[in-house]
Design a binder for this molecule. Sequence first.
Ligand code: SF4
Length: 403
Amino acid sequence: MAAVRAEHRAAGADHDWHERFIASIRTESWSEALTPVIERLSSGGRLELEDGLLLYHHPDLPELGRLAHLAKEARFDRRAFFNHNVHINPTNVCALACRFCAFRRSKRQDDAYAFSTEAYVEDLGRYADHVTEVHSVGGLHPDWDVSTYEAMFSAAKAAYPHVSIKALTAVEVKHLAQQSNLTVRETLKRLFDAGLDQLPGGGAEILDDEVRAIICNGKESSQEYLDIHATVHELGHVSNCTMLFGTVESLEQRVVHMLRLREVADATGGFQCFVPYPFLPDDTRLPEAQLATGAEVLRTIAVSRLMLDSIPHIKAYRMNVGDGLGELALRFGADDIDGTVHKESIMHLAGSTAPLDADRRRMARLIQDAGAEPYERNSDYTSFTRYVAPPMPKRRGLTMASE
Ligand code: SF4
């Protein structure tokens, strides 16, 4: 079924990670409450719904983190990844009005905007010398169709061929297909031919249509999200997948969400990274949301590392969880903290305070302080460079893990 290339399937992981993980589980002692999960994993089994729920309810968060960290280390040893990227959102005009979204505007609002091809390429040009990836998602502009993005991507590729284009969420692809009277497959083919490299995972929210009806009515169905990503993989490209948690979903719906993604990953091998991120409440319209605490963010990252054994990378999206939690998440199963992200709007409009000016040195510092080794990666995890940060100035009486 899948046409995803072999180097993407490997995606920076050690090939015999599963055996190593089993061996490391067996050398440690675990509390009785974890027994069903430990027995399943150490006999080479996979976790299912009841195991995911057990992990979510496990009272010993550090122990859960230790188990997830063993799974991460079995795959990547002490390596942790970041990249150098920029977010450019081509338009905030959107035909939908998801209840959690602080970014969208109607066409008539004063601060609505829509980039021309020239403006998009000019904006990218400000960062192109320093980045290897542009991440572009935006609203469902009622006047745009596939040709709008074909023009943007082909112009960007012609001007900056070294910059990988990761763009368009599944619902944007569906919107462009409808606007252009094309199938999703035809739309994707045209976009890939124009220079699109891969799809980000945004828009998965929770893959449960009852939850979607409450938080993002009108968006693609959960099956459509999965089908669009499977089509991306069948066309030989990779994508990421996400989970927006801390709105109105149950723990069971989160675990089912992971299992549905795992099913596609098993079939296609095309999901390279899972990005779980908590709902940020400021300025948005979902007062009944059950906001995730910091511990819950770490727990969700750990559970996803253990459930999603066919998705190699688990990202602690620092633009959303913040640098502090992002760093800690590297001890709870995450192996990636995303990029230097020179420019970002969506999470910041929703309340993120993560600094935008982080450079390689700062990223390396976050990773090293978590006891890991920083590796700068390219956009699709096929090339890695060990980054050796210059020594930090001595701090008074403080010795950090990395020093
Ligand atoms: S999340 Fe995306 S589709 Fe939903 S309102 Fe915001 S921009 Fe539009």
